[in-house]
Design a protein around this ligand. Structure first.
Ligand SMILES: NC(=O)c1ccc[n+]([C@@H]2O[C@H](COP(=O)([O-])OP(=O)(O)OC[C@H]3O[C@@H](n4cnc5c(N)ncnc54)[C@H](OP(=O)(O)O)[C@@H]3O)[C@@H](O)[C@H]2O)c1
Length: 223
C-alpha cells in the first residue's frame, strides 16, 4: 500500500480555525489536490472531518484523463457515526465508499449503511479505535486499493504517522496565521516525547505559487 498524506496548513501549523473553518488553501491548490485524487485508488478521512465539513470527496475541479475509476472514499469511523444524511452516504450509490469500523459498531447502523450502498470493513476491537494497519491490509486484499490519499484531519494524520503507515506527505503552507490552542493542527494525538523518536522526512519537491503559498513534498525515509 502506498500512502500519501495531503494537507493545507497555516504558517503556524493549523488545519482549521477553532470554530472548524478549514478552507485554508487557494482554488489553485484545490485543483492540485483534485489532480492528485485522480492518481489514487482511495481517498481517506477521519469521521470528525465528515461530521465537521460534510465533504463529498469526489473529483470535480478537473477532468481526470488517466484515472482508472473514481477513487473509493474511505471513512475511518470506529462506531459508524456517519450521518445517513451526509453527502458521503447520500452519494454512495454513485461513488464507491467504504467505512472502516471496529467490532463495537452497532449492527443496525451497519445494515442501514449497507442498504445505502456503502461497503463495510471491520478492523479493531470494541471500545478501541480502528486498527489502521489491518484496515489498510483489508483495503488492499479485498478491494484492490493500492494507493491511498489521506486528507485528514489531525487525529487520523497522527495515527498514520505514529504507526509509520505513510510514504509521502504533501503540505501546502498558506500565508496565514490562525492561532489558538483549540484550532486543530496537522497532527494531533499525544505526539512524540523525544526528537530522536520523531518521524524523519526527506524533502523531495517544493513549489512556490505567486499567491504566497508553498507546496512542500517530503518522503518518509523510515518506512
Ligand atoms: N486543512 C486541511 O487540509 C484539512 C483537511 C481535513 C480536515 N481538516 C479539519 O480537521 C478537523 C477534523 O480533524 P480531527 O483531528 O478533529 O478529526 P479526524 O482526524 O478527521 O477524525 C478523528 C476521528 O476518527 C476516528 N478514528 C477511528 N479510528 C482512528 C484512529 N485509528 N486514529 C485516529 N482517529 C480514528 C475517531 O473517532 P471515533 O472514535 O468516533 O471513530 C477520531 O476522533 C475538521 O475541522 C476539518 O475541517 C482540515
Amino acid at each position: 500500500m502506498f500512502v500519501v498524506i495531503n494537507s493545507a496548513i497555516s504558517v503556524d501549523g493549523k488545519i482549521c480555525t477553532k470554530t472548524g473553518e478549514s478552507k485554508i488553501s487557494s482554488d489553485l491548490d484545490l485543483k492540485r489536490v483534485h489532480k492528485l485524487r485522480c492518481s489514487v485508488d482511495g481517498i481517506l478521512v477521519g469521521i470528525s472531518t465528515v461530521l465537521k465539513d460534510d465533504p463529498l470527496l469526489s473529483i470535480r475541479l478537473i477532468k481526470c484523463t488517466k484515472a482508472k475509476k473514481t477513487p473509493t472514499r474511505i471513512i475511518i469511523d470506529s462506531n459508524a457515526r456517519i450521518p445517513l444524511d451526509s453527502k458521503i452516504v447520500k452519494t454512495a450509490k454513485d461513488i464507491d465508499t467504504v467505512i472502516a469500523v471496529t467490532k463495537g459498531a452497532p449492527r443496525d447502523k451497519l445494515d442501514m449503511l449497507r442498504a445505502n450502498n456503502l461497503r463495510i470493513i471491520v478492523s479493531g476491537e470494541q471500545g478501541k479505535k480502528v486498527n489502521l494497519d489491518k484496515a489498510f491490509g483489508q483495503l488492499e486484499t479485498k478491494f484492490g486499493i493500492k494507493k491511498i490519499l489521506v486528507e485528514g484531519g489531525g487525529e487520523i494524520n497522527w495515527s498514520i504517522i505514529k504507526n509509520n503507515l505513510f510514504d509521502e506527505i504533501i503540505v501546502t503552507i498558506s500565508p496565514l496565521i490562525i492561532g489558538g490552542r483549540d484550532a486543530t493542527t496537522l497532527t494531533e494525538g499525544i505526539g512524540f516525547d523525544k526528537i530522536k523518536k520523531c518521524v524523519k522526512l526527506e524533502l523531495s519537491k517544493i513549489h512556490k505559487s505567486n499567491n504566497g503559498e508553498i507546496v512542500v513534498h517530503y518522503n518518509n525515509i523510515g518506512k
